[in-house]
Design a protein around this ligand. Structure first.
Ligand code: C2O
Ligand code: CU
Ligand code: CU
Length: 497
């Protein structure tokens, strides 16, 4: 989806000038809620056609360069008729514009921070130099700009995302709108001829006054709860497809803490890619695909061959509601509608996609233990908090020192009562196995990932190799956990040779 259809662009661009219906809304919506419940936020219009993400424009005439500017600024949005919600926008959009770059391009993106607070842009999952990674030790003060500049190595094609990563305020900035999708394309993409759809899933929770609700004590404990799920900024959009046609869906979970068990009624899904791009071979016949916070997948969806069908693309409840909060419920994401055309010629799935080489035998072994405690990190109201190896995040401390190029094995052991999506900056890694008690389950296939979900009382064993020197964060990607102590630093030293 290179180009944004002009109508959609105009619809989204309303955000930049503060016209009504800014992000999710539309002028003249006929389904305005009755004015009898002023204190209850009314839902934004549902069931509009799926909106393609706006695309970040490349300002460079030289095709080997990608040069652009992202302006982060507060702006009015109108998710509810008659209400103005202050959100944080990238270039006037929430979610931010889709960045599409090629593997061999030199990237230079300027961030203009017009927020009233420091921010950064973190290029989640991309192997960029440590000083270009937008980590919390490298803030861009309010009212200033900086340029992020990097080259992407070969074979980095995949679906990524960008989001702010300032010290202790990442959750708040993402909840107010700052997040966007980023696609790195390869010249030799075996699926290049398939139509593509990018679906960025975000969460929205408004307080009765129509403003983005702040995190409360419960959110700070288990991650932001009770969010309405939006797809490309819209609630329950409708996506139309010819019967029997195959599309490539790139899906990014940009929510703070919602685990999405993706399922499409009446269909099986084919997994072809994970965080770091294509798998070795397609994995077909799936009834559901679990997408933890921060993870991405690429799915091939072949629409049912019957015309005029309606199928719900849903996020099923992931976890037992062990705290009895009434959360973790099923939510519909999108409605897939088949047209009345005749069935499309079936797409022939390639048997192999892109070779993935095992990282090989590790030379360093590390244990990363996730624990819950009750008396630390309670400043934001959390009752239970979570630590990595018993320590509170300290930006001035190095937790692990590694050597660039060396393969390491990390055992991430979750001793807590909830699942944590564990993320490492700077590289893609490989899941080796999962262990529960004495039962070890090897990973079913090789895949490049940057975030691994570690359920309660489970140990995930991964293999990691950093290639670039510098300090890298590793943390839980429930954003409230990341902001509230559950983060640490890996210092990658240059290889001695
Ligand atoms: Cu999405 Cu520290 O990252
Ligand atoms: Cu990251
Ligand atoms: Cu966590």
């Amino acid at each position: 989806m290179g180009a944004t259809p002009p109508g959609r662009r105009r619809f989204l661009a309303a955000a930049a000038v503060g016209v009504g219906g800014v992000i999710f809304g539309c002028d003249g919506d006929s389904r305005r809620a009755a004015p009898d419940a002023p204190s209850t936020p009314r839902l934004m219009p549902e069931g509009l056609p799926l909106t393609a993400l706006a695309t970040l424009h490349n300002e460079s005439p030289d095709p080997s360069q990608f040069v652009a500017t992202l302006v982060a600024a507060a702006g009015p949005a109108a998710p509810l008729p008659g209400t103005t919600t202050s959100m944080l926008l990238y270039n006037g959009f929430a979610p931010g514009p889709l960045i599409e770059i090629n593997e061999r391009q030199h990237v230079r993106i300027r961030l203009d921070n017009r927020l009233a607070e420091p921010t950064t842009i973190h290029w989640h999952g991309l192997p960029v130099p440590a000083d270009q990674d937008g980590n919390p030790m490298d803030p861009v003060p309010a009212g200033t700009s900086r340029v992020y500049e990097y080259d992407l190595p070969p074979a980095s094609a995949g679906t990524y995302w960008y989001h702010p990563h300032p010290h202790e305020t990442t959750a708040a900035q993402v909840a107010r709108g700052l997040a966007g999708a980023l696609i790195v394309r390869a010249d030799d993409d075996p699926l290049a001829r398939l139509p593509e759809v990018t679906l960025l899933i975000t969460g929205l929770r408004l307080s009765p006054d129509g403003q983005i609700a702040s995190d409360d004590a419960l959110d700070w404990t288990v991650g932001r709860q009770r969010e309405m799920l939006l797809v490309n900024g819209g609630r329950l959009p409708v996506h139309t497809i010819r019967p029997g046609a195959t599309e490539r869906w790139r899906i990014c979970n940009a929510t703070a803490s919602t685990h999405l068990r993706l399922t499409l009624e009446g269909h099986r899904l084919t997994l072809v890619g994970t965080d770091g791009g294509l798998l070795g071979e397609p994995v077909a016949g799936l009834t559901e695909v679990l997408l933890a916070p921060a993870q991405r997948v690429e799915l091939l969806v072949t629409a049912n061959g019957s015309p005029n069908g309606r199928y719900r693309f849903r996020a099923l409840r992931f976890e037992a509601d062990y705290l009895n909060l009434g959360t973790y419920r099923d939510q519909d994401l999108l409605t897939l509608v088949t047209t009345n055309e005749t069935s499309a010629v079936p797409f022939e799935l390639p048997t192999s996609l892109r070779p993935i080489v095992d990282l090989g035998p590790p030379v360093v072994h590390r244990l990363v233990e996730l624990d819950e405690v009750h008396d630390l990190c309670t400043g934001k109201g959390a009752t239970t908090t979570f630590l990595i190896n018993g320590r509170i995040f300290d930006p001035d401390r190095v937790d692990f020192a590694a050597v660039a190029g060396q393969v390491e094995s990390w055992e991430v052991a979750n001793h807590t009562a909830m699942a944590h999506p564990f993320h490492i900056h700077g590289t893609q890694f490989q899941l080796v196995s999962r262990t529960v008690g004495t039962v070890i389950t090897p990973a079913p296939y090789l895949a490049w990932i940057d975030t691994v979900l570690v359920p309660s009382q489970q140990t995930a064993t991964i293999k990691v190799r950093q290639t670039l020197p510098g300090k890298r964060m590793f943390h839980c990607h429930i954003l409230e956990h990341e902001d509230n102590c559950m983060m640490a630093i890996l210092d990658v030293r240059p290889s001695p040779s």
